[in-house]
Ligand binder design. Structure first.
Ligand code: PLP
Length: 345
């Protein structure tokens, strides 16, 4: 079998969520947008619900409707993109909580679903989603007639604890929400680690639950094991892969492994990336192909059957560094060609 295996450790996932929850005295939600960061909302969300998560966040109403089918009645499902044109039926039927981002969205919501719940997203400086201070001032009294389920904002630089933007956004959030009677939320994983001032009533961790930075203590959740299809000896001067970009300078032994950029293994990482064969670190050589990658196994005592790209030896963030990206992109890029196995659930 040449199918690679993506194993997802639900026990590690739940333990990461609990560890983040233990850092605060407030409620801890869970962000499961983009199919739970690529790891499978149908398994991840129920595991977190069983651990006590009562408030889930998705990006789109469609994701929210799918999540409602997975979770059933009970947990709150909040939608970051708010109430977009055409969303009313989804919001009503799946009992979603749109995070209202603008006066337009507020009007749309009240007109279509006058009695339906909603939350409010405020822009405290990231300039991505949410109402700006002036818009919020204009709408505030009207909105607060029917209290929102949640009033939230999002930090732009929370992965850098010393960045002045954190305190600036905190100040702005405090000013914008002063005196309101609704639960408040400011922090994702990074903000949760910034301390009590940033916690308010609910935190919204995503990446830390999935084993990524900035939650340094996170346990790895994803393990990616790739079969070796073939091994061969190279003599000095022979090359590997498209474009002849790697040449053996000494006699070498090369393994060809069964995954590639079509599986989300970013092609640009090749010059800096490694896989692990047991306790041995092995360099990726040559270009990453669509379905295949060359690996230098010259130093191994015997040919491995499989190698590991993600796991205890190599985190999503180490791999992200090689690709010049972040752990989030590594996880959400993992394709659907893997045999997925859930353990510890
Ligand atoms: C994605 C997202 C989160 C979760 O962020 P992490 O950094 O993954 O913890 C929280 N809030 C908002 C608004 C988001 O878009």
């Amino acid at each position: 079998m040449s199918q690679s295996e993506l194993s997802i450790d639900l026990a590690a996932l739940v333990s990461n969520w609990r560890a983040l929850n233990a850092l605060t005295d407030c409620e801890t939600g869970a962000v499961v947008k983009a199919d739970a960061y690529g790891l499978g909302a149908d398994r991840v969300a129920p595991a977190l619900a069983a651990a006590g998560a009562r408030c889930f966040f998705v990006a789109l109403a469609e994701e929210g409707a799918a999540l409602r089918r997975i979770l059933g009645d009970g947990p709150d499902i909040c939608v970051f993109s708010g109430h977009m044109a055409g969303d009313a039926a989804l919001i009503r039927d799946a009992d979603l909580v749109p995070m209202i981002n603008s006066i337009d969205q507020m009007s749309r919501h009240v007109e279509a679903l006058p009695d339906a719940r909603f939350g409010v997203q405020l822009d405290t400086g990231m300039n991505r989603l949410g109402m700006e201070p002036a818009e919020w001032t204009a709408l505030r009294e009207v909105v607060l007639n029917q209290p929102p389920v949640l009033v939230m904002s999002h930090l732009a630089c929370s992965d850098e604890p010393d960045h002045p933007m954190n305190a600036q956004q905190l100040q702005s959030f405090l000013e914008m929400t002063d005196g309101i009677d609704a639960p408040r939320s400011l922090s994702a994983t990074g903000g949760t680690l910034l301390g009590r001032d940033y916690h308010f009533d609910l935190t919204r961790p995503g990446i830390g639950v999935y084993g990524g930075l900035p939650f340094i203590e996170a346990q790895p959740v994803a393990r990616l094991t790739i079969p070796v299809i073939q091994t061969r000896e190279l003599t000095p001067g022979e090359t590997v892969g498209y474009g002849n970009t790697w040449m053996a300078e000494a006699p070498a032994r090369i393994a060809t492994i069964a995954a590639g950029y079509a599986d989300g293994i970013i092609r640009a990482m090749a010059p800096d990336a490694y896989v692990w064969a047991g306790e041995h670190k092995c360099k990726i050589v040559g270009r990453i192909s669509m379905d295949l990658i060359g690996v230098d196994i010259s130093h191994l005592p015997e040919d491995p059957d499989t190698v590991e790209l993600l796991g205890v030896h190599q985190s999503v963030d180490t791999l992200a560094d090689a690709a010049g990206t972040i752990g989030y992109e590594i996880l959400t890029s993992l394709g659907n060609r893997y045999a997925r196995r859930y353990v510890g659930g």
